[in-house]
Design a protein around this ligand. Sequence first.
Ligand code: PLP
Length: 394
Amino acid sequence: MKVNEYFDRLVPNYLFADVARKTGEFAAAHPEKEIIRLGIGDVTLPLAPIVVAAMKKGCEDLLYQETFKGYPEYEGYDFVREAISGYYKSFGVTVLPDEIFVSDGAKSDCGNLPDIFAQDNTILVTDPVYPVYVDANLMAGRKIIYASSGKENHFLAMPDKSVKADIIYLCSPNNPTGAAYSAEQLKVWVDYALENDALILYDAAYEAFIKDDSPRSIFSVEGARECAIELCSLSKTAGFTGTRCGYTVIPKELVRDGHSLHAMWYRRQATKFNGVSWPVQCAAAAVFSDEGLRQIRHNLDYYRRNAQVISDALDELGIYYTGGKNSPYIWLECPNGMGSWEFFDYLLENAAVVGTPGEGFGENGKGYFRLTSFGSYEKTVEAVERIKALINQR
Ligand code: PLP
């Protein structure tokens, strides 16, 4: 027996382990200090009441013969896909229910979609990057190339026409940079993909945070239905990080090498995935009801207010950053030319605030730092006060 040797290509990522270790050591050495964690990439507010009520009702259904459910459909129940289609319609995008695949989350779909693509495709990701895109393709033995994002393009990498890529992962609003593409910028990517017969895997996990006119979906861009698959998640939209539900949209007209990608993905899911549980799909449908959308807005607004608190402080300090506006992430340039770990230590030791060093997300993350708005309002305000006092005192 031989193991998958491509696993040797994975670069060990100790980022979160190192953050936890350093934070733990600091806590042990300074038990009197209250540590505030602004590195957290997980939601903290509870699910909306209507969502929990729907999940409870779904559980009740399983108790009775008449309403019991066994294996769900691979692609999700019709009423859930109709609810998601209606959600798209609410921001002016047409996605038909039968183009939607309900899943247990966007991470699985990001990692599994490459199953339907040949191994010799070249994968393009932006740098810095959500590491799943890279690792899932390294495991499959694919070549990865990087489109550089940085201060010069406000962390919104654009295509280089001289570079040939086959599959392009785009994430907007972006994790980790919080930057969101405009419609014009996405059109450039769509045109590049169409010219190169490439495919865009568009991760819209943070679309619910968009508050300006940035596109909520790549399918609002002309031509995208011929060159893009969109992945989305209820994790950040509705606090489903532990509940687990997401969805992927594959237009039926998306054909490559004479194959319908929709049909191939259906076949892949039917082979390796047995669907999302009935109570969770009931909960997911409740998110997209009028009342559900009203209730989840409450949580989204709470996180947005935190993001505003952080952005205002950085504006005041004159520190360069992206995100915060259409995103729960704020990506800042470490002050005074510090490295990202150097700034991590400095902030921890002098303000007892924890963030995430940017270099964990790629080469271009060096010298940058990610703060998130998923904490409590009071703690965010307190952390920001400490950061301001620290930086002003230098
Ligand atoms: N895509 C991006 C860009 C993310 O940041 C995350 C979670 O952090 C995911 C996908 C994962 O989403 P899910 O919880 O639906 O698996």
